[in-house]
Design a protein around this ligand. Structure first.
Ligand code: ADP
Ligand code: XUL
Length: 615
């Protein structure tokens, strides 16, 4: 009998599901969109706002509970073979927290199929709101947290990030301060990913937080490999000396092995929807760690997501915290149980820690759209034509038109604001601040170069690069703007490596096409498949197979056919690099060198623009 795996993704605007075949081919996807499908909650873009000027952004917890029932109903309508699903896992928006009441575990233990989940869980929460990652109401709490710990750099070193308004620690701090009674009546605090995991099991136990997702909380101390745990200084900063052990209990256990089985799908789903009672559940993770897994990023590979904001993920084998960006544990770490050495009686844990860093830029697509609208009559074609006409050909070209387009206060560099342009109009060596470039059409290449050099220079710092050569081995491009070939071309030149995108084989047309599946829920299903594979494996090697190797094994199994010249012809412009992956841009040697030599100069100008933005 064919077996399947299920992945869920609880994002800001929707709850999504992906159904995968055993070779990890994506078979089907469905979703529940909060605004349209649950209009009774009145959300816009999945969220509600607090009083004007408060910075409060949240979503109703019951909206998510109702969405779970609706999503499973839709699986039935779509006739998904749920009885053959062997494993399920979830991804969820990062940082956002769910607050369980003192009655929660009791209620979770006696869920029946006669009533909806929402009707049975009304009393299960001590807080009706899930603070959303877009919330910025905790500026004071962030300041306080950094002060107690000793400053932004120290907090970043201890917990992987400096304090951010959306992170869980300042959010819990504000909840405790503004609703002390409700805080006291909170039995446990979940992240969205561990909340969905708990709901999938429905066995009366609130499930642990995934360790990679815990790194987005500002509370998980990841400084020492062996001393990882809830940070005592942060616990105290939130709950005071007297309240810190109670808070630690509320946060609960943390799951370090992302492929460990933590339960089976709840009886509710077995009876009501026909799932097999043997369907396993493994820990859920955050949406960014899940995206990281969807691409199985290897050491020194980067993923650039060009969405509303731009996000850069880079895989590393060392812990590289910095107040400018975020450090996380790898989301599919394998943890072999401590083995007893019979002679020395020493417990050894067989693992090699892996990490990834994440850079978040607010001025991504919105800033590119500003340039498109201001100079190119809102046309991407005209924008692209200007990019191609002005590509850097020799050293110094970039320096004639360097621009910083910080339309909103940015995260990197912190609080950078304004539009700043520099050109060497009057001097060969000194860039002058200008209101606009002489040739206004150079704004298109200027914004792309500046964004990409910013990403490259920071990724280089994370990878410990020396000199001007790039050690990034491959970049994966995703998000809406990755469909733009000119943007991918500049990316390849600046990073001096191939830019790749996932593709999938369409059995109906026998051709490769751009894969447009939802990365987070697909990665959650990958995790479930990996956990199940380890669970049923009869040999030791496969029981402890690492995530990347497992994904490779599945990829080989779904290899449709070897890529021949004829294939390339039928697939038009697709430049396949391996199964499921196409190169969309290759670097040009000369331009790559021009960019490598421009980085130092560009950094000096960024400093100057920052200085000027503060004035
Ligand atoms: P979200 O962050 O909301 O998931 P998407 O990944 O869907 O966003 O990306 C949306 C963005 O993609 C839009 O803001 C738009 O500017 C950008 N985009 C879409 N098509 C193009 C294009 N051809 N060139 C450049 N940018 C594009
Ligand atoms: C990352 C962040 C967002 C959310 C989106 O730090 O806040 O990407 O994870 O769901």
């Amino acid at each position: 009998m064919e077996c399947f795996f299920l992945g869920l993704d609880s994002s800001t605007q929707a709850l999504k599901a992906s159904l995968l075949e055993s070779n990890l081919n994506v078979k089907s996807e469905i979703e529940v969109r909060f605004d349209q499908d649950l209009p009774q909650y009145g959300t816009k873009g999945g969220t509600l706002l607090g009083p004007s000027g408060s910075g409060i952004v949240y979503s109703p917890v019951m909206q998510l509970v109702e969405a779970i029932d609706l999503l499973f109903d839709r699986m039935k309508e779509a006739q998904w073979p749920v009885e053959s699903i062997k494993g399920v896992s979830a991804a969820g928006q990062q940082h956002a927290s769910v607050y369980w009441s003192l009655e929660a575990e009791n209620l979770l233990a006696k869920i029946n199929t006669n009533q909806s989940l929402a009707a049975q869980l009304e009393e299960a929460f001590s807080r009706q709101e899930i603070p959303n990652w877009q919330d910025s109401s905790t500026i004071e709490e962030c300041k306080q947290l950094e002060e107690v710990v000793g400053g932004p750099s120290i907090l970043a070193r201890r917990t992987g990030s400096r304090a951010h308004t959306r992170f869980t620690a300042p959010q819990i701090m504000r909840f405790k301060r503004s609703e002390p009674e409700a805080y006291e009546k909170t039995s446990r605090i979940s992240l969205v990913s561990s909340f969905i995991t708990t709901m999938l099991c429905l066995d009366g136990a609130i499930k642990g937080i995934d360790e990679s997702d815990a790194c987005g909380m500002n509370i998980w101390n990841m400084e020492e490999e062996e001393g990882r745990g809830w940070d005592p200084l942060v616990l105290e900063a939130i709950a005071g000396k007297e309240g810190s052990s109670a808070l630690k209990k509320k946060l609960g256990r943390v799951e370090s092995d992302g492929g460990r089985i933590i339960g089976q799908i709840g009886e509710y789903f077995v009876r009501k929807h026909g799932f097999s009672k043997d369907c396993i559940v493994c820990p859920g993770t955050g949406d960014n760690p899940a995206t990281f897994l969807a691409f199985t990023l290897k050491e020194s590979e980067a993923l650039i997501s060009l969405g509303t904001s731009d996000t850069v993920l880079v895989s590393t084998s060392t812990y590289t915290p910095d107040p400018e960006y975020h450090a996380f544990f790898h989301p599919a770490q394998i943890v072999k149980p401590a083995r007893q050495d019979k002679v020395n009686k020493i417990h050894s844990i067989e693992k090699q820690m892996r990490y990834f860093n994440m850079l978040v830029y607010k001025n991504g697509s919105l800033a590119r759209e500003y340039v498109r609208d201001e100079y190119f009559d809102s046309s991407w074609d005209a924008f692209n034509a200007a990019v191609e006409a002005n590509r850097s050909k020799k050293a110094g070209d970039t320096l004639d038109r360097t621009g910083f387009y910080w339309l909103k206060p940015d995260i990197i560099p912190a609080n950078a604001l304004g539009i700043h342009k520099y050109s060497r109009e009057t001097s060969v060596t000194i860039a002058e601040k200008v209101l606009d470039f002489k040739d206004r059409s150079t704004n298109a290449i200027a914004i792309l170069e500046s964004q990409m050099i910013s990403y490259r220079s920071r990724v280089s710092a994370i990878l410990g690069e020396v000199g001007s050569s790039s050690s990034v081995r491959r970049v994966y491009a995703t998000g809406g703007a990755a469909s733009n070939p000119s943007i991918c071309n500049v990316m390849a030149d600046v990073f001096n490596c191939n830019v790749c995108k996932p593709v999938s084989f369409d059995v109906v047309t026998s051709a490769w096409k751009n894969a447009n599946w939802n990365a987070c829920s697909v990665a959650a299903a990958y995790k479930a498949a990996w956990a199940w594979h380890r669970h049923v494996a009869s040999d030791e090697e496969q029981k402890w197979v690492d995530f990347d190797t497992f994904i490779q094994q599945c990829r080989r199994r779904r290899q449709h056919r070897r890529l021949t010249t004829a294939d390339k012809e039928t697939n038009g412009s697709l430049d396949m690099v391996e199964e499921d992956l196409a190169i969309v841009a290759r670097p040009d040697e000369i331009r790559a060198e021009v960019y490598s030599n421009s980085i130092q100069w560009w950094k000096t100008l960024e400093e100057r623009a920052l200085e000027e933005s503060r004035q």
